[in-house]
Write a protein that binds this ligand. Sequence first.
Ligand code: R5P
Length: 296
Amino acid sequence: MNLAIVAFPDCSVPASLLAAELGCACHELEVHRFPDGESRVRVPAVANTVLLYRSLDRPNAKIVELLLAASALRENGTARVVLIAPYLGYMRQDVAFRPGEAVSQRVIGKLLAGYFDALVTIDPHLHRITRLGEAVPKIPAISLSAAPVLSSAIGPDSSFVLVGPDSESRPWVEAVAAPLGLKVLIGEKQRYGDRNVNVKIDGVQQAEGRVAILVDDVISSGHTMIAASRLLLEAGAIRVEAMATHCLADPNDLEAMRSAGIVRVTAAQTTSSPVARLPVANLLASGLQAAGLTNA
Ligand code: R5P
């Protein structure tokens, strides 16, 4: 066989959906964790081109296992190994914000580029660079937008206002709102710590009597969404929902979002979060086909 997907066990469901879109086989690889936390990875001998599927949320151990899998595939005859990482971790730290900090985006991007022939991801957190190729050099590095997936999940309704909680969210919110013709509000955020943020939203009074849908690329602790939702509810929004491409929030943070009055949290299926329910198989399949990465 010339093309197959090999998935880590934590990604087997979305990987099978992608295989169905592409009409190829999907195999699960084996991961054994030794008592000290070290991993042993065993891959099936499957195809000339392998799409290795693993999302890189909670990335530290996952990255090591990914490199082991890519090496094993090559040693077992795979000629081309393409990484499908719907969420690509370590993209946030794109500069040294304080002297002495490692620029993890560059370190991890270069590491992955050394093991894969191409990489495909969705909405990586790129703010101070314009192309994913600047972070992942020398291989085709393809960044797909989940905006159409989020827009379809929202649908046109003139009582909705889409709210970006900070200036960095503007491109995502505008891309989601544009096909629906919805009104957009953008906030400004100050971050004081991982779970300590302050948000202001100019024109927040325009949310009065409307359903406010917060949109961002990533929900991490959820506290950005919580701070913004308080302002929207105080301004008289009739309901607040939150939507993002990636949801990294743990169960306690999801509960905190609900307690703050966010009635629904929805994300694309790029992590194993229970709220990550919008399928991305079609988006990934189209992106892979357009880039010629499904030709064996
Ligand atoms: C930051 O620029 C991102 O777009 C998100 O706003 C941020 O990662 C959300 O973090 P948290 O959910 O922890 O507030």
